[in-house]
Ligand binder design. Structure first.
Ligand SMILES: Nc1ncnc2c1ncn2[C@@H]1O[C@H](COP(=O)(O)OP(=O)(O)OP(=O)(O)O)[C@@H](O)[C@H]1O
Ligand SMILES: C[C@H](N)[C@H](N)CCCCCC(=O)O
Ligand SMILES: [Mg+2]
Length: 214
């Protein structure tokens, strides 16, 4: 099963959640578009032994992909990602691949396309990562609207307690978003392979994969 991990914003924990899912599912990891250093791929390598596909577009500038591509004179051609996906990932024997986006859904890729269009063209289901921060209810509901407008298959939302605060957005996101909360991921004092291995997949997350194999 190939799953796209996107988020309500940059810095919400897409990479940490991707590392966790890849470890628990023994999945491959793929970050097609990377800006800035350290790269998410390097972070995944430091947190796990999962197999990794090389980025297709990688930029030094820690900026929006459309700007980093312009500055570094390497425009993003989405068909390069799609053909790599179809030739390598779709035909791979691996059970699962976790594909992480850059930034949020309407983060621009070039003058025509956004990150959400990459999900649409890859035609794979996605998981939306949000947080337990003030403001995340609005960001999550807006992201869900954008995804539903394009009929993208949303497997559910993972709420990442990135700030270790006592705000809990679960009930509001579930009620107003009419969406499956797959997991509430805890704040981690230290982030390493052992800590990620200890956090087992929730029933709601497991259900996705058992349903897939029916
Ligand atoms: N559950 C958590 N507990 C503690 N720290 C966290 C947690 N989730 C994420 N972080 C920290 O928050 C920061 C952002 O996380 P991460 O890099 O996963 O975000 P991202 O959405 O992948 O960002 P980008 O858009 O750059 O890919 C990192 O420093 C990460 O270690
Ligand atoms: C540099 C950062 N860590 C991410 N790789 C890219 C975030 C781009 C966000 C663009 C935007 O939507 O404002
Ligand atoms: Mg990331």
């Amino acid at each position: 099963m190939n799953i796209f991990i996107s988020g309500t914003n940059t810095g919400v924990g897409k990479t940490i959640i991707s590392a966790w899912l890849a470890i628990q599912l023994n999945a491959f990891y793929f970050k097609p578009i990377q800006t800035g250093n350290p790269t998410d791929t390097e972070i995944i390598k430091s947190l796990s032994d999962v197999k990794i596909y090389q980025e297709i577009f990688k930029y030094e500038n820690p900026l929006s992909p459309h700007i980093a591509a312009r500055i570094e004179n390497n425009p993003i051609n989405i068909s390069k990602i799609i053909s790599f996906f179809n030739s390598s990932i779709l035909s791979s024997v691996s059970k699962h691949t976790i594909i992480e986006g850059a930034g949020g859904l309407l983060t621009p890729i070039n003058e025509e396309l956004f990150m959400i269009d990459l999900i649409d063209k890859l035609n794979i289901p996605m998981i939306l990562v949000t947080t337990n921060e003030l403001g995340a209810i609005n960001q999550t509901l807006l992201s869900l609207e954008a995804l539903r407008f394009r009929n993208i298959n949303i497997l559910g939302v993972i709420i990442n307690n990135i700030s270790n605060n006592n705000i809990n957005n679960r009930d509001s996101i579930e009620f107003y978003g009419k969406i499956n909360i797959l997991a509430e991921f805890p704040y981690l004092q230290s982030i390493n392979k052992l800590e990620l291995e200890k956090i087992l997949l929730t029933n709601n997350t497991n259900k996705i994969f058992t349903a897939y194999y029916k």
